[in-house]
Ligand binder design. Structure first.
Ligand code: MG
Length: 397
């Protein structure tokens, strides 16, 4: 029987890869619902090709346009539209490929219904890891990682018991600024930061990879996915992005997972787990690569990583605040309002002003998320690059 997929984020980079995987295995997979933001140019052909039962877009206007194009199609919009796509009774698995904490509610509602969640949206676990995993345990839903590092850990963890695990080692490419002169970081432009050396991804995650906030979020993601404390999660730089992560066992064995850096591999793994299926995708040629390198992480160059460890240690609402402040900061940087080093500085400042509360429900998480967005937005003008802002910044806080 075909696996029926609800695809959140069909027009994004995960959506592209997911459509490619589905196209390679028409006998295995079927897309029964899909969501997009505002990119109707890309959504329309996907709807025409897959004929899903339910579709959701960002605005009411776009929903009306879509209903005109496809009479009889059920079209929703906004946050409720996303939930409708994720909770459609026909779907067995929800592939969460949208960016940001907006992906939380649909993922949570799907998990409550016992649907398998194939999760590329790491923000969901960072913001509300505890309630999401509790809901999964209660309903019996599987939460399977699509993030390449966590897909690697998921595979390597199949080799031993939880008690036998010594530590998880996340690999990180180091982004485009691994070797750049640290003194020139204030001059980094948006275009510089969007040049990722090994992965093709959307703008938000590409900026997160440059600052390595992406790795910080992934540390928190790993904590919830695998129930391993932050003290047992390490990061190592690996510029080739071929070893996607490793598990070190108590007997000294280290199991690493390798594959080409192509998101179709982790998507295929999540969609076919616990089976492995033959793939037509090109395999890994290690002799062509020649070498795999590993370097320690420089926390001065990547202050987002220690900041994320601290947020995880603090726990409660701190990770949600870290994530929300980062989303606002990245957007301000992409809008060319704040300089590159101000991204992580802004996140640190918002965290510094936060009074941590417990997060037992999704509502608690979303409250912390909203608070952090307001605080971050209020701080953006203080970190702006204009001469006026520079003067304001020189004044004592
Ligand atoms: Mg990743």
């Amino acid at each position: 029987m075909k696996k029926r997929i609800a695809l959140l984020g069909v027009t994004g980079s995960i959506g592209d890869s997911a459509l490619s995987v589905v196209a390679h295995f028409p006998e295995r997979f079927e897309i029964v619902s899909m969501s997009a933001g505002s990119n109707l140019e890309k959504l329309l052909p996907a709807v025409a090709a897959h004929r899903p039962k339910v579709v959701s877009v960002k605005t009411r206007e776009d929903a009306a346009r879509l209903r005109q194009e496809f009479p009889g199609l059920s079209v929703g919009f906004g946050p409720q539209g996303l939930v409708d796509v994720a909770t459609i009774p026909e779907a067995d698995v929800v592939l969460g490929g949208i960016v940001g904490s907006i992906g939380l509610a649909p993922a949570y509602e799907a998990v409550k219904l016992g649907k398998t969640l194939a999760l590329a949206n790491k923000e969901t676990l960072v913001v509300a890891g505890e309630p999401l995993m509790a809901a999964a345990h209660a309903s019996g839903a599987a939460v399977l990682p699509v993030d390449s590092e966590h897909c690697a850990l998921h595979q390597a963890l199949r080799a031993g018991t939880p008690q036998e695990v010594k530590r998880l080692v996340l690999t990180a490419s180091g982004g485009p600024f691994r070797t750049r002169d640290f003194g020139t970081f204030p001059a980094i432009t948006v275009d510089d930061a969007l040049q990722h050396p090994t992965w093709r991804m959307g703008p938000k995650i590409t900026i997160d990879s440059a600052t390595m906030m992406n790795k910080g979020l992934e540390i928190i993601e790993a904590r919830w996915l695998f129930d391993v404390p932050g003290a047992k999660i390490d990061v190592v730089l690996h510029p080739q992005s071929i070893v996607h992560s490793m598990v070190e066992y108590v007997d000294g064995s280290v199991l690493a997972q390798m594959s080409p850096n192509d998101m179709r591999f982790p998507i295929l793994y999540a969609l076919t787990y616990p089976d492995r299926v033959p793939t037509p995708l090109p395999g890994l040629d290690l002799t062509a690569l020649g070498k795999l390198e590993f370097f320690p992480l420089d926390e001065t160059r990547y202050p987002a990583v220690p900041l994320a460890y601290a947020a995880l240690e603090t726990a409660g609402s701190a990770p949600a605040v870290l994530n929300a402040a980062n989303e606002v900061a990245v957007e301000a940087f992409l809008d060319r309002r704040i300089p590159y080093p101000a991204i992580v500085e802004l996140v640190a400042r918002v965290l510094g002003r936060h009074s941590v509360v417990r997060v037992v429900s999704v509502a608690d998480a979303l409250e912390a998320d909203a608070w952090a967005r307001r605080e971050a937005a209020a701080l953006v003008p203080l970190l702006e690059t204009s001469p006026r802002a520079a003067t304001a910044r020189a004044l004592p806080a």
